[in-house]
Ligand binder design. Structure first.
Ligand code: UD1
Ligand code: MG
Length: 458
């Protein structure tokens, strides 16, 4: 297959009421253009071209890692036909079987399987159009057919007669066009129409007049796949649609969702068997949930791996972490990047961890900060314990052995090592290493003042 893809993304999107170029607005964590690109990449195309105009530098910067893209600049938005023209110089129209698939950067939810079908159904001499039959065709280009049902033209609503306005079959904008013919047709496009624009849709009448070119339409069933975004309300609607699609996939895979309408996936999620997810969970980036994992309400997990049978309790935030099998985290825990919780660990409410390896069976049940540390197995970190990892300039590390007990409200001033089986008395401020099997008491001795009189109000 000899296919080039042109994605139109030059429009400003005035109705978005935003300084961000329209196609950079996000659905499920990825930009609309990102979604279109993902679908496009699944097709076997020779080259993807993107036509940009408004905010072009911002868009190009956003995709700077994608070195394979061919950018075309459209300085003035003179219409969809004019936009495609900007990409033509970098398309080899001398190849007789070359075709061009036109996509819109603001139509984010088209399945690649739909595009692939559209491309497959035509030959090198077919212009294929993806159309939709809708009760509400307002504002869209109408598909004009003759008595035999053959497509003869697309007429934009603003140019349509009253009779044509009654047509319910509309142009989604997605088309596959033979490249050499497209090039010729674009060169003869005029802008003598209601909007004074160079309409890409005008090539359809030219194709109808060309005895060497067939026209075929593929009518799509799912309106959401071809829905464009012009304002924030449409963006929000497609976001819900996208999330509903995600939820359905998870349900199909056997995940128990307490409410499929209250889950957000902004990236990729992998799930094992018998996973349960309560309401309002948000998953960002790459997340994997092992078998039997339970996710509580209002949990946010980003770029993390949760191993088998771990339980994440409500209100917990996990970012860039590995949670071991059988671990219990939360409620209201904050697990920050570089955290590795080994098997059967327990992190309770209002505990924050960062850059820490937390050994098998170890616990920090409440109110603690554990940062830049290696913690051994079966360690107990008491409530209110703080790892002082930062001296205001540099970060330092704490190393805690196995079976260590750190009493409540202790401060471990890094760098510091607590060897195996050490015990830190509650309220200690530890800034020297503790050898194994020692008790460290690092607090002022208690003094009792007999007969102490409380102050009285003057
Ligand atoms: C277009 C179609 C219409 C179709 C509708 C589907 C034409 C003339 N009309 O109309 O038949 O029913 O889409 O949504 O093609 N763009 C550029 N440069 C331009 C103009 C547009 O890059 O100069 C891009 C826009 O950013 C957008 C896409 O092309 O991504 C479509 O443009 P838009 O203005 O929305 O076209 P419509 O008038 O809606
Ligand atoms: Mg539009």
């Amino acid at each position: 297959m000899n296919l080039d893809i042109v994605i139109l993304a030059a429009g400003k999107g005035t109705r978005m009421n935003s300084n961000i170029p329209k196609v950079l607005h996000r659905i499920g964590g990825d930009s609309m253009l990102g979604h279109v690109l993902s679908a496009a990449r699944k097709l076997e195309s020779k080259q993807i071209h993107i036509v940009v105009g408004y905010g072009s530098q911002q868009i190009i910067d956003e995709f700077s890692v994608d070195k394979d893209l061919q950018w075309a600049q459209q300085d003035k938005q003179l219409g969809t036909g004019h936009a495609v023209m900007q990409a033509m110089p970098s398309i080899n129209t001398t190849e007789p079987d070359k075709r061009v698939l036109v996509l819109y950067g603001d139509v984010p939810l088209t399945n690649s399987s739909t595009l692939s079908k559209l491309v497959q159904q035509g030959s090198a001499n077919t212009l294929s159009i993806l159309t939709l039959v809708t009760a509400n065709p307002a504002g869209l280009g109408r598909i004009v057919r003759d008595d035999l049902g053959e497509i003869t033209a697309i007429v934009e609503e603003k140019d349509a007669s009253e009779e044509q306005k009654q047509i319910k079959e509309i142009n989604t904008g997605i088309m596959v066009i033979p490249a050499a013919k497209l090039n010729t047709w674009l060169n003869s496009l005029g802008n003598d129409n209601a909007q004074g624009e160079y309409y890409l849709t005008d090539v359809v009448a030219m194709a109808a007049a060309d005895s060497d070119c067939a026209i075929s339409a593929m009518v799509i069933d799912d309106e959401n796949e071809v829905q464009g975004v012009n304002d924030k309300a449409q963006l929000a609607r497609l976001e819900r649609q996208f999330q509903m699609n995600n939820a359905e996939q998870l349900l199909k895979a056997g995940v128990l969702l307490r409410d499929p309408s209250r889950i957000d996936i902004r990236g990729e999620i992998e799930t094992g068997s018998d996973v349960e997810i309560d309401i309002n969970a948000i998953f960002e980036g790459k997340v994997s949930l092992g078998n039997g994992v339970k996710i509580g309400a209002n949990v946010v997990i980003k770029d993390s791996k949760i191993a088998d049978n771990a339980i994440i309790l409500p209100g917990t935030n996990i970012d860039g972490a590995e949670i071991g099998a059988g671990a219990s985290v939360g409620p209201y825990a904050r697990i920050r990047p570089g955290t590795v919780l080994k098997e059967n660990t327990k992190i309770g409410n209002f505990v924050e961890t960062k850059n820490v390896i937390f050994g098998k069976g170890s616990k920090a049940n409440h109110l603690a900060y554990i940062g830049d540390a290696e913690v051994g197995e079966n360690v107990n970190i008491g409530a209110g314990t703080i790892f002082c990892n930062y001296d205001g300039v540099n970060k330092h590390k704490s190393i805690i052995g196995n079976n260590v007990f750190v009493g409540s409200n202790s401060v471990l001033v890094a760098p510091v090592n607590l060897a195996d089986n050490t015990f830190v008395a509650a309220g200690s401020s530890v800034n020297r290493d503790v050898p194994s099997d020692n008790l460290a008491v690092a607090r002022a001795k208690q003094r009792n003042v007999p007969g102490w009189k409380r102050p009285i109000k003057k």
